[in-house]
Unconditional design. Sequence first.
Length: 322
Amino acid sequence: TRVCAGFWSCRLFPGLRKMQKKCPAFSVQNKKFNVAPMLESTLSRDSFSQLYGDPPTTPSTPFVHGGGQSMSSKQDLLYNEEVKRESSLGEHILFKKYIMLLKERDNEIKKLQQQRENEIKKLQQQKDNEIKKLQQQRDDEIQKLQHQRDEETEKLQHKDEEIAKLREQNLEHVKVIAAKQKETDDLSTQVKDLRKELKRREIAMKFWRLNQLKSMLDFKKREEDLRELLLDLQDLAKKNVVHEAELSRARGDLQAALTETIRLRETKDELEGEVSLLKAKEMFLKKRQNRSLNLLPEPPRMTKATSSGGFPRARSSRSSRY
């Protein structure tokens, strides 16, 4: 009968039980691998029979275990030699299997290393692709920002041009305003000069009328006229003050002043007519009355102006000024 391969393995390899208890381990590139399961699989009957055939179940020398019968010393020696030989053969086979397992493990390690390198290359390639993609995105964003900055620069240039145009227009408007202001100042100066001239002419006209009345009328009438003229002068002074206030409020009332001047000239003509009538009456009264009644002062001498129908010149120094 055949004995189980596990029995022979235990008998032939007494250290195998210890190996099964404490799994052998070896390291390849800092990696430990447990070979105990592989050893158990190789020690099974099927794998052992496929690779190396069935081991001998009995020693080549006769062996009888009589259960209490003793063997001779010669037979014991032969049996021990046979056991040693078979144990050495089993150890040799086990060592070869162990070497084969190491080779397979090395192949697996190389395969894993190759896979790892491939994965590393793949990851590196993915990383490079991602880096390129990010660089492309960054370049696109930079170009976009550059384009936006160029557009903003163009807008700022257009705004600067518009500001320059507005400044030129502002300078032109300032020049026009300065010219208008100068014209206004000139007109104001002319209005002031005209007002002064108008006042001077009004005052001169009043003094001229006063001088004419003094020279043509008698003393009483002259006194009355002088009083009236003084009142007129006072009223005129008051009116001049009021008129000055009105002129200060209404600067453009130059036409009204000119109209007033024309009216005064007409009044002057009327006064001249009145003076001529008074002169005629005086001459008529002189003819009727006696020369002894010298109530009136000596009439003024006839001049070229009176002989021609005009008025005698005023004796006052003021009238001569005007």
